[in-house]
Design a protein around this ligand. Sequence first.
Ligand code: SF4
Length: 534
Amino acid sequence: MKPNSEDSTLFPILPAEAEIPKGVDRRAFLMRSAVISAAAVLTGCERPKEEAAPPPVAQTPKPKPAAMSPDLNVVAQAKGPVMTVIDEFYKVGPGPSSSHTIGPMRITYDFYQRCTKLPADQIAKATGLKVHLYGSLSATGKGHGTERAALAGLLGKEPATIDPLFLDELAKNPTTPHPLKLGDKTFNLSLADVIYDAPKGDFPHPNTMTCKLMAGDQAVYELEYYSVGGGFIEWKGYQPPKKGQPKYPYSTMKELRKHAEDNKLSIAQVMLANEVAVSGKTEAEINAFIDKVSGAMVAIVKSGLAAQEAVLPGPIKLHTKAATVYKRAMEEKYQSDRGIALVAACALAGSEENARGHLVVTAPTGGSAGVMPAIVYALGEGARKLTQEKIRQGFLTGAAIGYLCKHNATLAGAEGGCQAEIGVASAMSAAFVAAAYDSSPQVVENAAESALEHHLGLTCDPVAGFVQVPCIERCAFGAVKAWTAYMIASNEVETRHRVDLDTTIESMAETGRDMGAKYKETSEGGLAANLTLC
Ligand code: SF4
């Protein structure tokens, strides 16, 4: 199903091909049409035979993958079928980063819970707790509030329910000690207990950290953890939780689409059947979770638009602007301009909430947390008013794309650059729109592919380590590109789409491996190296 003229408030239907829009120069219009037609012929593979088969490129040796411990589940898991489920994927927590804020907070909360179960004599010896941050967590953690999130988790605060004001308070009063009761003992912990350790070294994962229960300068209990992207965590010796087998096993988009087409199902229906089989939850429970996430995303956009504009924390002194962009967009003369600007404003709103350290939903990460909420808001109560059933279809289908990217590439900017964050968010969102409009599985794939393809190579270079520049505007581009990808996919001849999603995901993984370390969330390259801060 495609949008009808009634829901054209944001995105009016384009004029018929032969019509020359008013106010547009006829010659320029016809020239452009001719170029487009020529391109269609070319992409229709009507080249002479001798040109049709380019020389094979297989001789080019493939670059060696960057070192990552094969012991990590996130690496080993790539060999079987996708086993991720929706409540692991869409996680609520404080911004600004899923891997540098939510992940570390989940890690220290996990360590806190383990400590509460330790034998009394072990706790009796302890004098304090320490957290050491390594690799990218150490390089850019300060701008991501990693130390605050890590301390909050250690104090027994959960990411999904923490009051962001508590984190603000930690930032305002960094030396204030906070009591932590373990057994009969009370420890006074402060930000000084979270140590920014070696930023470079041979770590099992770029986001490695250790948590220690100390007795003087000796650890009486310690565990090494990894924040592996998108808020997912692992630890040394991690074993994934036992799950059921998927009804429709897949590890590629090709396999997923085949299940849908062979069984005359939508991608969302295949996903729902798998969610039930793998998680053991009922459809009603899964839908209730999706509705909660959907409600949270709408609330994030609304609070971002309602927030008073101000300068964000950090050395960039960046002014927020979502509300102004939204207000001015409403006055745009042309509906199409208004549509683009409104979607962009909603994405800015979500991303600014993330930069404030307020609660966001990882879709797939904190840095990209403005992209999908903009789409959800525009399709739902913000403009198109699609039913919640259509929104659920979008969430399940978007998740499928995110799972595949996690399974076959990465969701971490520290591992794959920004293509793995905003690129994946955009691909998920393009699939979301396509699914919400009942597009075929092929159109869903084409939309996701197109969105991801045009983020390939995107580097991660957050200025001063803060998830603000380029991240906030990048969310807006991710959302607009998602819609563009859907518009192309739903208007092209779907079987002629030349590039499949699996190839693009593989290309993203390979590009990420080849990308220089300074472009992978270390704030040593690109804008981070060149923007003058004063
Ligand atoms: S540049 Fe992209 S990947 Fe890097 S922190 Fe910002 S949003 Fe995340």
